[in-house]
Design a binder for this molecule. Structure first.
Ligand code: IMP
Ligand code: MG
Length: 180
C-alpha cells in the first residue's frame, strides 16, 4: 500500500512547534478570561468531532481553571473538498446554566457553527463562546463570532493535526495544504 504522502502532495503550512506555542497562549488567555466565572461552576468545553479532537486534547492541558469536557459530532463534508451544504449534528449534552466553550478545528463557511450554536442556544447555557484553531474568513457565508482564534488562514484546503481529507491525514503532527 502506498503511504498517504506519496498519493497527494502536502505543502507545509503550520509547524507542530508553532501550533504548540499558539495553543499555550490560547490556554493562558482562556484561563484568564474564565477565572471569575469558574469560581462558581467549571467551564464546559464542547469539542466538535472529529476534526478538533487533537486540538482539544492539547488545549485542555493548557487550561488552568476548573473545566469539564464533552463532545458533539458534526459533519458537513463528504468526500469532497467543499461543504455539502448540509450539517448533521449528534449529541447528548446537558448544558443548561453552564458556561460553554465550543472547540472547533476550522470555521470555513460558518454553516456548521451556525447550526451548532442555534441548537445549543435552545438548551439555555449560561454563556456560549467559540474557540477555533483555524479561521478562513475569506470562505465565510454565514456570520460567526469567534472569541478565540488560533490562526487566520487563507482559503485553501488544509489537512493534519486532526483535520482530514476523506478521513485521512488526521495523524499528521503539523498542518499543510493538500495540493489538488
Ligand atoms: P463550515 O461549515 O463550512 O464552516 O465547515 C466547517 C467544517 O468543515 C470544519 O470544522 C472542518 O471539519 C471542515 N473543513 C473546512 N475547511 C476544511 C479544510 O480546509 N480541510 C479539512 N476540513 C475542512
Ligand atoms: Mg470540524
Amino acid at each position: 500500500m502506498k503511504s498517504q504522502e506519496s498519493c497527494s502532495a502536502i505543502t507545509p503550512f503550520l509547524s507542530a512547534e508553532s501550533i504548540e506555542k499558539r495553543i499555550r497562549e490560547m490556554g493562558r488567555t482562556i484561563s484568564d478570561d474564565y477565572l471569575e466565572k469558574t469560581r462558581l461552576s467549571p467551564l464546559h468545553l464542547v469539542v466538535v468531532l472529529k476534526g478538533a479532537f487533537i486540538f482539544a486534547a492539547d488545549l485542555v492541558r493548557q487550561i488552568t481553571v476548573p473545566c469539564t469536557i464533552d463532545f458533539i459530532h458534526a459533519s458537513s463534508y463528504g468526500s469532497a473538498k467543499t461543504s455539502s451544504g448540509k450539517v448533521a449534528i449528534k449529541h447528548t449534552l446537558a448544558i443548561e446554566g453552564r458556561h460553554l466553550l465550543l472547540i472547533e478545528d476550522i470555521i470555513d463557511t460558518g454553516l456548521t457553527m451556525q447550526h451548532i450554536t442555534a441548537e445549543l442556544a435552545a438548551l439555555k447555557p449560561a454563556s456560549m463562546k467559540i474557540c477555533s484553531l483555524l479561521d478562513k474568513p475569506e470562505a465565510r457565508l454565514h456570520p460567526v463570532e469567534i472569541a478565540y482564534t488560533g490562526f487566520v488562514v487563507p482559503n485553501t484546503f488544509l489537512v493534519g493535526y486532526g483535520v482530514d481529507y476523506d478521513e485521512q491525514y488526521r495523524q499528521l503532527p503539523s498542518i499543510g495544504v493538500l495540493d489538488s
